[in-house]
Design a protein around this ligand. Structure first.
Ligand code: ADP
Length: 268
């Protein structure tokens, strides 16, 4: 059962994959530009193990670019990324094997059943037979979809499709879950449902989560927060610390202070 792997948040050493969860996720001076256009400029952040970190930034801040770098789709043009002590550039397969990724665009096959979508992904991760069946059952149960496994994905509403993508991303028992604006296109109740499910994964199973969003109401008081704007980190830390450092009363206020340009000085 996958829950048996959780260990204490931040404390598990996994000999097989040589990961040390206590080291969390370390992003150091990472740079990336599309041609001459910089998208990330010397971005550094440390994600604490077993914590839900919201990566909050307006459109164009660089969130998807960072997700592409973390998931190995793009290679940083400077800096380094370390996943639980593994250098992503030097040991990409081992680093990626402990990551679950949910991209912004949905990638389910609508004409396959819920279970078939899971089984396909399990096979991609080298899981077969009884073990695959156990993992599929556990992940679907965890995301509240076990009763719907025979239905075609086309029959699911958008919120349940997103939950299925999260269930699928967990099939190989990752310890770091990376989600790029997973609530895009969902209505308010479905958004709240998804946010609650992922917070529960973090709280109950000790998963380290990076949740990219431009929506301040998806950030909870107990989360960690990184505010990204114009390709640079404007603030990071526990939500309470970011509020204290900005003098704001809530995340919306902090977000505005950190992302709104200061008014121009009046001409002399
Ligand atoms: P976010 O996910 O926060 O909306 P992105 O990472 O998508 O931000 O984009 C960061 C910056 O990089 C933006 O200015 C965007 O226009 C630019 N950008 C993103 N993808 C490309 C691309 N394929 N080619 C050129 N510029 C891009």
């Amino acid at each position: 059962m996958w829950a048996t792997r959780n260990g204490t948040a931040g404390g598990r050493m996994d000999e097989a994959q040589h990961i040390d969860e206590a080291q969390g996720i370390d992003i150091v001076d990472v740079r990336y530009a599309y041609g001459a256009k910089p998208a990330l400029a010397d971005v550094s952040m440390a994600l604490r193990p077993g914590r839900f970190t919201a990566l909050l930034g307006p459109n164009g801040a660089g969130k998807s670019t960072l997700v592409s770098l973390l998931s190995g789709l793009f290679v940083p043009q400077g800096g380094r990324i370390s996943i639980f002590g593994l250098d992503l550039a030097k040991d990409p397969l081992a680093a990626l094997s402990v990551m679950g990724i949910v991209f912004q665009q949905q990638t389910l096959d609508l004409d396959l059943s819920v279970r078939q979508n899971m089984a396909y992904f399990a096979a991609l991760h080298g899981l077969a037979g009884r073990r695959a069946g156990q993992r599929i059952e556990a992940c679907l149960t965890r995301l509240g979809l076990a009763a719907r496994q025979k239905e075609k994905v086309r029959a699911l509403n958008s919120g349940h499709r997103r939950r299925l993508e999260i269930a699928r991303s967990l099939v190989h028992e990752p310890r770091f879950l990376l989600l790029d604006e997973p609530t895009v296109g969902l209505d308010v109740p479905a958004r709240a449902d998804l946010v609650a499910h992922v917070h529960a994964l973090c709280r109950d199973d000790g998963l380290t989560v990076l949740w990219a969003t431009h929506l301040v109401d998806e950030v909870e008081a107990g989360d960690d927060l990184v505010v990204l704007h114009d390709g640079t980190v404007r603030a990071q830390g526990a939500v309470a610390d970011v509020l204290a450092s900005t003098g704001a009363h809530d995340v919306l206020g902090a977000f505005h202070r950190l992302t709104t340009p200061a008014p121009a000085e009046p001409a002399p």
